[in-house]
Design a protein around this ligand. Structure first.
Ligand code: UD1
Ligand code: MG
Length: 458
C-alpha cells in the first residue's frame, strides 16, 4: 500500500456560528466536531495526520493532542491556502493525501475508505467526495461535462443561476496524489467573490493539466453535512444521536424512547441493557449487560456493572459494581467506587467514597472522602463531616459496622469493624471494633410535667 497522509482543516473562526467557541470545537453528541473527524481518520492506516490550526490554535491542539502534527495558518486566506501550510511537511512525499474539513463531524471512516478505494481504482490525481443535496444552498457545486466527467467545483457565492441549480455538492473531502496536490496549489488564485484561495480549484487545475480527476458520490447526504451555523449544528446533533442510538439497538440494547436518549460516541453498552427516557450517558462510560438505567439519569465517565439499576440519578467519573441499586435521586460524584451489591438510596450524595460489597446507605445522607467496608449499614441522615473549612479529612467505616440514623461522623475518624453508632450521635473520636458508641445528650423524662405546664398557663 502506498503512503497515506491526511490534512484536517481547522483554522477558521466560524463567523457564522456567532460564538466565542471556535467552530470546530463545538460539540456534537458531547464530542468536539474536529475530534469526530480525527477519530474517523484514525481508522484509516495513515502515515501522518496534520491539522491546520489558526483561530483557537492552542485549544484545538489541546483537544486533539498527540494524535496529530500541527501547522499554523496565521491568516485565514482560504481552504487552499490552509492546505498549503502543510507543504513543508508533505510536499516532497510520494503517496495519497486525504483532506477533510474540521466541520464535517458526521463523516465516517467507512466512507473515507470507500473514497480512497475509488481513488486508487480510478488511478486519479484527485477524487472529490460528493453528495446529492435536497437543498444545496451554501455548498460548492460539482460541475460535470457532457459525458459526466468532473470539470470543476464552483462555490455557491461564485455560481451563476444554472450552476446554483446543480444539486451535487462538494462535501469538502478529497483524496489527492500528494505531489500533484502541492504543485497545483501553487497555481490557485484568489480571483473570486470571496477573495480566497479555494482548495476545490485544484480540481480544475489538474483537469486542465490533463490529469485524471474523479468524483465519488456517497448516497448518504446526511453524513457529509458541513456545520457552518447553529442550525446545521442541531441537524448534526440529531443525525449523530440517531446513528449512535441505532447502533446500540442493533447490538441488543433496548431504548424505550429513542428520540429522548442521549448517548455519547465513546460509550459502550452491553446486551439487554434497558435505557429509559431522558438519559444522558457520555464520556468514556461503559455499561455492562442487563443493567437498567433511568428514567432521567445522567452518567458521565463511569463503569457500570451488570444488572445494576440506576434510577433518576447523576453519576460522574466513578466505578459502580454489579447488582448495585442507585436512586431514585442519588448523586455519585467523582472518584467514588461502589463494589457489587451496594445500595445507594433516595437523596444520597457520595463523593470520593469507596463502598465494599453489599454496603447500604439507603436514605438522605452525605458520604464524602470515605472508605466504607463491606456489609456496612449507614442509617438515614448520616453525614460525614469531611471539611474543616480548609482541608478535607477521611472517614473510615470498617466491615459490618452499623451507623444509626442522623449521625455525624467528624473526620478524620474511624468506626471499627462490627461497631455500632447510636442514632443521633456526633462522633469525633474513633470507635473501637465491636463497641457501641453513643454520643448525644442523655434523654431525661419529667413525669407529669405536661399537666404542670398546662396549669401554669391557666
Ligand atoms: C467548503 C468548500 C465547499 C464545500 C463545503 C463543504 C471551499 C472554498 N469550499 O465551504 O466547496 O461545499 O466546504 O462543507 O473549500 N478553513 C481553514 N482556513 C481557511 C478557511 C477555512 O482552516 O482559511 C477551515 C475551516 O476551519 C473549516 C474548513 O476549512 O473547518 C472549511 O471552511 P468553511 O469556511 O466552513 O468552508 P465552506 O464555506 O463550508
Ligand atoms: Mg463549512
Amino acid at each position: 500500500m502506498s503512503n497515506r497522509y491526511a490534512v484536517v482543516l481547522a483554522a477558521g473562526q466560524g463567523t457564522r456560528m456567532k460564538s466565542k467557541l471556535y467552530k470546530v470545537l463545538h460539540p456534537v453528541c458531547g464530542k468536539p466536531m474536529v475530534q469526530h473527524v480525527v477519530d474517523q481518520l484514525n481508522k484509516l492506516e495513515l502515515n501522518e495526520l496534520i491539522t491546520v490550526v489558526g483561530f483557537g490554535a492552542e485549544k484545538v491542539q489541546d483537544q486533539i493532542g498527540d494524535d496529530s502534527h500541527y501547522v499554523v495558518q496565521e491568516e485565514q486566506l482560504g481552504t487552499g491556502h490552509a492546505v498549503q501550510q502543510a507543504e513543508e511537511i508533505l510536499a516532497d512525499k510520494e503517496g495519497t493525501t486525504v483532506v477533510v474539513c474540521g466541520d464535517t463531524p458526521l463523516l465516517t471512516g467507512e466512507t473515507l475508505q470507500a473514497l480512497l478505494d475509488h481513488h486508487d481504482h480510478e488511478g486519479a490525481k484527485a477524487s472529490v467526495l460528493t453528495a446529492h443535496a435536497q437543498d444545496p444552498t451554501g455548498y460548492g457545486r460539482v460541475v460535470r461535462g457532457a459525458s459526466g466527467e468532473v470539470e470543476r467545483i464552483v462555490e455557491h457565492k461564485d455560481a451563476d443561476d444554472k450552476e446554483k441549480a446543480i444539486q451535487e455538492i462538494n462535501t469538502g473531502t478529497y483524496c489527492f496524489d500528494n505531489k500533484a496536490l502541492f504543485e497545483a496549489l501553487n497555481n490557485v488564485s484568489n480571483d473570486n467573490v470571496q477573495g480566497e484561495y479555494y482548495l476545490p480549484d485544484v480540481i480544475e487545475i489538474l483537469k486542465n493539466n490533463a490529469d485524471k480527476v474523479s468524483a465519488y458520490q456517497t448516497s448518504d447526504f446526511s453524513e457529509t453535512l458541513g456545520v457552518n451555523d447553529r442550525v446545521a449544528l442541531a441537524q448534526a446533533e440529531k443525525t449523530m444521536k440517531r446513528r449512535i442510538n441505532e447502533q446500540h439497538m442493533r447490538n441488543g440494547v433496548t431504548l424505550i424512547d429513542v428520540d429522548n436518549t442521549y448517548i455519547g460516541p465513546d460509550v459502550s453498552i452491553g446486551q439487554d441493557v434497558v435505557i429509559h427516557p431522558g438519559c444522558v450517558i457520555d464520556g468514556e462510560t461503559t455499561i455492562a449487560s442487563d443493567a437498567v438505567i433511568g428514567p432521567h439519569t445522567t452518567i458521565k465517565d463511569c463503569q457500570v456493572g451488570a444488572e445494576t439499576v440506576i434510577k433518576q440519578s447523576v453519576a460522574t467519573n466513578s466505578k459502580i459494581g454489579k447488582r448495585v441499586q442507585v436512586g431514585p435521586f442519588a448523586h455519585i460524584r467523582p472518584d467514588s467506587d461502589l463494589d457489587d451489591d451496594v445500595k445507594l438510596g433516595n437523596f444520597v450524595e457520595v463523593k470520593k467514597a469507596a463502598f465494599g460489597q453489599g454496603s447500604k446507605v439507603s436514605h438522605l445522607s452525605y458520604i464524602g472522602d470515605s472508605e466504607v467496608g463491606s456489609g456496612v449499614n449507614i442509617g438515614c441522615g448520616t453525614i460525614t463531616v469531611n471539611y474543616d473549612g480548609t482541608n478535607k479529612h477521611l472517614t473510615t467505616i470498617e466491615d459490618d459496622a452499623f451507623i444509626g440514623c442522623n449521625s455525624n461522623l467528624i473526620a478524620p475518624v474511624t468506626v471499627g469493624k462490627g461497631a455500632y453508632v447510636a442514632a443521633g450521635s456526633t462522633i469525633n473520636k474513633d470507635v473501637p471494633s465491636e463497641a457501641l458508641s453513643i454520643a448525644r445528650a442523655r434523654q431525661e423524662n419529667k413525669e407529669g410535667y405536661a399537666s404542670k405546664l398546662k396549669s401554669k398557663n391557666d
